[in-house]
Unconditional design. Structure first.
Length: 148
């Protein structure tokens, strides 16, 4: 994840409710982070999807439930606006790579996550970018040096 004056956040913790449930794991289940999908209307307990039962299930029904953590909520989506993302060594064979920003996901706290698209149409978050290039900005000679 790249922090640029505190405005870039990780896409891995975006969800509708703004919360994720943390489970420590058991002998048969690995530890995991699960998106909270809703709240029990009677108890107010967080609900997650139980894919084996095919239903929503209260987090406190799981023996390995640990706690809840805040997740970002998307408040807006903005076009990429000509921004590009640069990685020093993420291209073929460890070469430099530059991709267009397709969109910016804006959180309720004002953070932004760049969503990129490559030449094949693969869409991903630019969490590990080395640099963001503003519209019209070119790479410097230093940026283009091969990694040591």
């Amino acid at each position: 994840m790249i922090q640029n004056n505190g405005f870039v956040s990780s896409i891995h913790y975006f969800n509708r409710t703004g919360w994720v449930a943390i489970f420590t794991g058991t002998e048969t289940e690995t530890g995991r982070t699960v998106h909270v999908e809703a709240w029990d209307p009677v108890t107010g307990t967080a609900l997650v999807v139980d894919s084996q039962r095919g239903a929503m299930r209260r987090v406190d029904d799981y023996p390995d439930f640990s706690h809840l953590e805040r997740a970002d909520q998307v408040a807006a989506v903005l076009p990429g606006g000509g921004w590009r993302v640069y990685w020093k060594d993420e291209g073929p064979g460890g070469t430099p790579l530059t991709e267009q920003v397709l969109a910016w996901l804006i959180t309720e706290k004002g953070g932004a996550t760049a969503i990129t698209v490559d030449a094949t149409g693969y869409v991903d978050a630019a969490d590990s970018a080395d640099r963001f290039l503003a519209p019209g900005e070119d790479l410097t000679a230093t940026d283009q040096q091969p990694p040591s």
